[in-house]
Write a protein that binds this ligand. Structure first.
Ligand code: ATP
Ligand code: MG
Length: 487
């Protein structure tokens, strides 16, 4: 619809254009219609006039069949009377051969005999009419009729009447000029009105633009929908607000992430600098230097782990798709990853059980990384003689579930919602395992998102924690032989 309007046109321009074109069409159509009505009415009146004239001449001729003087007097009287109402007409009465007996002076100069319609024998008003142009360019309406006398054998007369329609033509011309003036004036006024109406109509959009322009990173709390908007744009305002909600959330988490990042990097670097300054304040023994370098090494390792984890998260944020999934025997993978924890398992005397199995479509490296993070937590936050269970559950139709449960320190309920935040660590965890970076769960979450899966944590402080990974099932998944045994 309306494809003829260039796309580059503003809404105001479109509305003014359409408004003006509509008004122009309505005015032009009305103008033409009224012109037609006026012309038809005038022509009908002219015909009625000619018919009435013909009728009165018919009566005259019947009353005075051969009194030419009486005809003349009557016709003169009639034409004078008509002239006072701007009606100008000419009459010719001829004998049956067409020879003129009397005629209004000047009639022969304006119209030739041949231009008349054929004179017919009629009665009443049913006569033929012809329109023509006089020799001097005036519009004329002509009629002719054969008039019979009362008695049989009376001579027939041919009556021709010419009506000069210049007066009507002048009225129509005048009317047309006025209508043209009205159309042009109407177009100009409608364009002007269109401009003001459109301006007033689009005011809410301008106000919304101003409001949106005022929303800067410092004013992200402001909302567009906090006032009443017209129905057409209130859903736009709501959409804007929803977008602002999302932006504010990302902006806040981004700035708190930057602050956390600065803090996380500053602390080890300050420690390293402090230690180095102290050791350099005077001459030390080789052993002292060795001690400082050794303790520095731990900080360097933690820093490089933090940076490596951050790089991993940044890369997975940007790669959202494109991981290579392949069928993977979960039990086998879990057993292999667990081998890395043999030392801590033996040292803390922790019992580990694996139950169930599943064939899961996953990226092997990423799966191992997620699992390693969860198992690290389980080993780090479970005291001696604790228990860790890994159960692989394929009973759900939607997900293969891998549930890692420990009998560790647990997480306070109020902290549960934050454990997926980057750098978040509970105070207990900080003292129990100072080398942690607080990025483990963020990595697990991002790996599960890459797989289109889920991660869920349940925990009871003092009793333990249970982490459930859900990998979406695929139609070609088949369960391998179940082999339940401890390791
Ligand atoms: N199994 C668990 N038992 C108790 N607390 C846990 C457990 N797993 C995670 N947490 C809590 O969640 C926090 C976030 O865990 P996350 O793995 O993200 O970081 P981290 O273990 O502290 O450091 P790292 O980045 O080295 O893994 C931990 O600091 C700890 O407080
Ligand atoms: Mg961890």
């Amino acid at each position: 619809m309306l494809t003829f309007i260039p796309r580059s046109w503003s809404i105001s321009k479109r509305l003014i254009f359409l408004y003006t074109v509509t008004v122009c069409l309505i005015l032009t159509f009305s103008g033409f219609f009224l012109d037609w009505v006026l012309r038809t009415d005038m022509e009908r009146e002219d015909r009625q006039f000619l018919a009435a004239e013909l009728q009165s001449i018919r009566i005259l001729l019947r009353e005075y069949p051969s009194d030419i003087q009486a005809w003349k007097a009557e016709i003169e009287r009639e034409t004078y009377a008509a002239a006072s109402t701007f009606i100008k007409y000419y009459v010719r009465i001829s004998d049956e051969r067409g020879r003129s007996i009397i005629e209004t002076p000047g009639m022969a100069q304006i119209v030739g005999n041949s231009q008349f319609p054929k004179a017919v024998r009629t009665s009443g008003t049913s006569v033929e009419y012809t329109k023509t142009i006089s020799c001097d360019g005036k519009p004329l309406l002509l009629t002719a009729a054969i008039v019979e006398g009362y008695r049989v054998g009376d001579t027939e007369r041919i009556v021709q009447i010419v009506l000069d329609m210049s007066h009507e033509a002048a009225i129509i011309n005048d009317y047309r000029q006025k209508v043209t003036f009205v159309i042009i004036g109407g177009i100009l006024i409608s364009a002007l009105l269109g401009f003001f109406i459109t301006r007033a109509g689009l005011r809410p959009i301008r106000e919304m633009t101003r409001k949106v322009q005022g929303i800067t990173p410092e004013k992200l709390k402001e909302r567009v929908g906090d006032r009443k908007w017209p129905a057409e744009i209130s859903s736009l305002a709501n959409t804007f607000d929803k977008m602002l909600d999302r932006l504010e959330e990302s902006f806040t988490s981004l700035s708190s992430f930057s602050a956390d990042l600065a803090h996380e990097l500053r602390t080890p670097i300050n420690n390293l600098r402090g230690e180095t300054e102290v050791i350099l304040s005077r001459t030390r023994t080789d052993e002292e230097y060795r001690q400082v370098l050794m303790s520095g090494l731990e900080e360097y390792e933690r820093l490089s782990r933090t940076i490596e984890n951050l790089l991993f998260l940044a890369r997975s944020d940007s790669r959202k798709s494109g991981i290579s999934l392949s069928p993977m025997n979960v039990r086998q993978e879990v057993a292999e990853v667990l081998e890395y924890y043999d030392a801590i398992r033996e040292e803390n005397d922790i019992s580990v059980t694996i139950a169930g199995n599943a064939l899961v479509a996953a990226d092997k490296t990423l799966f191992r990384r997620a699992l390693a993070n969860i198992l690290s937590n389980a080993f780090q936050y479970t005291p001696c003689k604790g228990k860790i269970t890994i159960s692989i559950d394929s009973s759900s139709k939607i997900y293969h579930k891998i549930i890692i449960t420990d009998t560790g320190i647990g997480i306070e309920h109020e902290n549960l919602s934050r454990i997926f935040d980057r750098f978040y660590r509970t105070p207990k965890a900080r003292s129990l395992y100072p080398q942690g970076t607080g990025l483990g769960f963020s990595i697990v979450k991002s790996i599960m998102e890459l797989h289109g899966g889920t991660v869920m944590v349940k925990s009871e402080p003092g009793s333990g924690t249970s982490v459930t990974l859900g990998f979406p099932r695929r139609s070609d998944d088949t369960a391998p032989d179940l082999d339940i045994r401890g390791v």
